[in-house]
Design a protein around this ligand. Structure first.
Ligand SMILES: Cc1cc2nc3c(=O)[nH]c(=O)nc-3n(C[C@H](O)[C@H](O)[C@H](O)COP(=O)(O)OP(=O)(O)OC[C@H]3O[C@@H](n4cnc5c(N)ncnc54)[C@H](O)[C@@H]3O)c2cc1C
Length: 424
């Protein structure tokens, strides 16, 4: 009976330590500093670097990486449990060296980077001496790569990149950009796009403007312009024409980590909902005694537990198969389910808090906005649902019969033919 819902006791000790450390030392940073990716803020050195050193000494730094890159090579189940704790604070991931998009960009560089690219970009990135940006989406559309037009053209030994990118997170702090560009217009987008590493400050690369999200303390998503940005041949990352193969390296694990961090945030909203229900009274009784509030609490807990189990099983399946392609349906399902869980629980917490709930003084409006961000970043929910359905349908066949397999009169006739003679 290999079903097991327990955490290894030694690892649980690490999770307990993380819980306390994040609550006491990391969560306060959210109230004092701006964007976690702004490593250039002098206060970052004073407040964040010492915490990163503690995490490194505890050997919990960048645990998603293998030992050859300075991590622990933890599987997705352990990473999922860790990310659940880190999700409570904006600074959690950066203090533990596993923040997106740097974690995914590091995975790409480790997998496809040349020795020179690794030396220049990967080593400082792993140490959080620099941060990075992933630029794929374009202003005319993100969900469909076939509309991307940013082009890289050969010019002697160099490439010239021209086009625009949209919602490129943390561009304003990044030392380099991983950019997806069309290198062959004669074939499909899936065969004719390549990845490049572009250093910040390369002439022709500029930020048109930075865009703020609902709960973004600083505007951190950039509208980028590439005006004949010249990069050397060595800037190509991975094989020419294989941008999608390269991009896939960063997406599978990353989506599960996002999901676990969302569980941490939804749990916070549920904690707040329960505390408020017990603390506030109206019309002679506590909110906690009113059945419609009880329903909100019960629904929230049930939805969160269901989602957590789906995420944990997906993490377990990634570890089991060691191949994201075999777990595509599960990962897409997690990605599609995640925004709704966060949205619904945060919305119930907001409602039960009344006017203070809707205000900027509580985190719920920000969490609801974040639920929509989760429904877009790394692809819209609709696209992931399509993946779930397509993968699921592979296990079925159309029937040749006139009536469906579960047609009751047909099944009854077959059952009678089989069983009635035995009863006679
Ligand atoms: C917080 C955040 C951070 C991001 N960070 C980055 C980043 O660092 N780098 C980067 O390159 N991009 C980033 N993005 C962009 C993200 O990848 C895109 O927003 C996403 O791919 C959708 O593209 P779009 O916004 O252009 O929407 P569109 O492609 O215009 O889609 C709009 C809507 O159309 C509907 N739709 C789309 N396709 C289908 C379909 N097949 N079936 C049914 N309905 C559909 C959906 O409702 C979808 O939301 C980020 C986005 C957010 C919100």
């Amino acid at each position: 009976m290999p079903w097991d819902f327990e955490t290894d006791p030694d690892f649980q000790k690490e999770i307990d330590w993380m819980n306390e450390f994040v609550r006491q030392e990391v969560e306060p940073l959210d109230h004092v500093l701006g964007s976690p990716w702004n490593i250039h803020d002098p206060r970052f050195a004073t407040l964040v670097r010492p915490l990163q050193r503690i995490v490194k000494e505890r050997q919990l730094w960048a645990c998603h990486l293998g030992p050859e890159l300075g991590g622990r090579g933890y599987g997705q189940v352990k990473l999922a449990l860790m990310n659940e704790v880190l999700g409570r604070s904006n600074f959690g991931p950066i203090v533990f060296g596993c923040q997106a998009p740097d974690s995914g960009n590091a995975e790409i560089l480790a997998h496809y980077g040349t020795e020179a690219q690794k030396r220049r970009w990967l080593e400082p990135l792993l140490n959080n001496d620099i941060v990075s940006c992933f630029a794929m989406t374009e202003p005319q559309g993100g969900a469909d790569p076939q509309v991307f037009t940013t082009e890289a053209k050969r010019d002697g030994d160099d490439w010239l990149i021209t086009g625009q990118k949209w919602f490129a997170s943390n561009a304003r702090y990044a030392a380099f950009f991983i950019v997806m560009a069309v290198t062959d217009t004669q074939v499909s987008a899936y065969e004719g796009m390549s990845m490049f590493v572009v250093s910040a400050g390369t002439p022709g690369l500029s930020i048109v403007r930075n865009i703020a999200n609902g709960d973004d303390a600083e505007a951190t998503h950039a509208y980028l312009d590439f005006n004949r940005v010249r990069v050397p041949a060595e800037a190509l990352l991975g094989p020419e024409g294989k941008a999608f193969e390269v991009a896939q390296v960063r997406l599978g694990g990353g989506r599960v980590h996002h999901a676990m961090r969302v569980i941490g945030q939804a749990q916070m909203a549920l904690d707040a909902l329960c505390e408020r229900a017990l603390s506030r009274s109206t019309q002679g009784s506590r909110l906690a005694d009113k059945q419609m509030v009880q329903e909100k609490i019960a629904d929230s807990w049930i939805e969160l537990e269901q989602f957590r189990l789906l995420v944990m099983r997906t993490a377990w399946r990634i570890d089991k198969y060691g191949d994201y392609r075999k777990v595509r349906k599960d990962i897409a399902a997690v990605k599609a389910a995640m925004p709704k869980v966060l949205h619904d629980i945060a919305a119930r917490a907001l409602q039960v808090h009344g006017s203070i709930g809707v205000s900027q003084e509580m985190p719920f409006a920000g969490l609801i906005n974040r639920s929509f961000q989760m429904a877009l970043a790394d692809g819209p929910t609709e696209v992931h649902k399509v993946t779930v359905a397509k993968q699921l349908l592979r296990g079925y066949r159309a029937t040749e019969a006139l009536f469906p397999a579960y047609h009751r009169p047909t099944a009854a006739a077959a059952a009678q033919a089989k069983l009635l003679s035995a009863l006679e």
